[in-house]
Design a protein around this ligand. Structure first.
Ligand SMILES: Cc1ncc(COP(=O)(O)O)c(C=O)c1O
Length: 371
């Protein structure tokens, strides 16, 4: 069944389209009241480790030079970032978080005749921008267990619409499930005319399934594919605002007029420092997240608590009843989890934090679960 209805919920929808980067802010703002001082924030898929030490040192060093634009450094910055993904500078577009380049893609490629086609539920940023900000038609195919997108349906919708932008978040937020690589390959091989695929890989670094594959290989092959990446998640730089889109030079040139200037030199230096150690930083951080995630899943399995097999830095847990009360019962006990994600009304989304964050989560979760 195809749905044209939104599902943003809890007051987020009205402005999320205009203020994409603030979707995470809304997650936090939704949790108010008398909260404990030692609150554990597991609600916005942030990384508790924050930026690597090398980035903090690089930022500290450049602060006193903040009086200059530093525009002369940007060419080399784009080259370094592009080369880190085996691309050329003409194949990337940098933004204030991946939100900005997702925004540019909606502006450049959706139109009155070119709808956004995606699954539901998925990351609401592009959906809300296309629907409420730009007044575009949004066609959503429901995600059904085991929560892999029905790529045949997505392609059929694009065919019926005479073209469109297929948005796939992989791994998907909020389900933490993936589009298996054979499905991705089939979809890209079978794209109808005037159709492109926008793959949001904000959580790609956390995936360890052999069925997961980045869409970057398709970008390198010159397919009609855009991949977005962010420094907000595994790099721990959500507050620094850096992300980028990867695509053919032609697609990047069409998106570029819709983005806003350059990012801060402080963030540039932080990103460069992190990239210089990414070959060790990423595998180390991934291994840690995968271990903590696996331990949480084992704990739930032992107790018979169902969850969706996760590939992002968050897990969707089936609490077996309307999750809204469950979710609001946790913050007063010191743990904030993700907001409700209708129509998955029995599910709670928890971000993977530190070992001690997760120990506290387990205690508070179990208390509410058994109540
Ligand atoms: C799937 C997905 N894409 C994009 C973003 C935007 O993140 P940022 O703008 O910080 O890169 C988020 C934020 O949580 C997200 O979950």
């Amino acid at each position: 069944m195809l749905t044209r209805r939104g599902f943003a919920g809890v007051g987020l929808a009205a402005w999320a389209g205009r203020m994409l980067p603030e979707a995470a802010y809304a997650q936090r703002a939704a949790i108010q009241g008398n909260l404990p001082d030692d609150m554990v924030w597991l609600n916005a898929n942030e990384n508790p480790d924050g930026p690597p030490r090398s980035s903090i040192e690089a930022m500290t060093k450049v602060l006193a030079e903040g009086g200059r634009y530093h525009y002369q450094e940007f060419r080399a910055f784009y080259e370094t970032l592009a080369h880190s993904e085996d691309l050329t500078p003409e194949q990337i577009l940098i933004g204030a978080g991946s939100s900005e380049v997702l925004h540019a893609a909606m502006d450049a490629f959706t139109s009155t005749t070119c709808p956004l086609i995606t699954v539901a539920p998925t990351y609401e940023g592009p959906v809300e921008l296309a629907r409420r900000g730009l007044g575009r038609e949004v066609l959503q195919v429901p995600l059904e267990p085991p929560y892999a997108p029905d790529v045949k349906q997505l392609v059929a919708q694009a065919e019926k619409a005479g073209g469109g932008v297929i948005y796939l978040c992989n791994p998907n937020n909020p389900t933490s499930s993936i589009t298996p690589k054979k499905d991705l390959a089939w979809m890209i091989d079978n794209l109808p005319p005037k159709t492109m695929v926008l793959i949001d890989e904000a959580y790609a670094h956390f995936a360890d399934s052999p069925d997961f594959e980045s869409g970057l290989a398709y970008v390198r092959q010159g397919k009609n594919v855009i991949v977005t990446r962010t420094f907000s998640k595994i790099y721990g730089m959500a507050g620094l605002r850096a992300g980028f889109a990867c695509a053919s030079p032609e697609l990047i040139a069409r998106m570029a007029p819709f983005r806003n200037n350059v990012i801060s030199i402080v963030t540039v230096r932080a990103v460069l420092a992190a990239l210089a150690e990414s070959k060790t930083l990423i595998p180390e951080r991934r291994a840690k997240f995968v271990r903590v995630r696996r331990e949480l899943c084992e704990w739930m399995r032992e107790r018979g608590v169902p969850y969706i097999e996760p590939q992002g830095n968050f897990v969707m847990i089936d609490v077996g009843r309307d999750a809204r009360e469950f979710i609001s019962a946790m913050p007063p006990k010191g743990v904030a989890v993700g907001r409700p994600f209708p129509p998955m009304n029995n599910f709670l989304r928890v971000t993977i934090g530190t070992d001690s964050d997760m120990a506290k989560f387990r205690t508070v979760f179990w208390g509410v679960y058994k109540a």
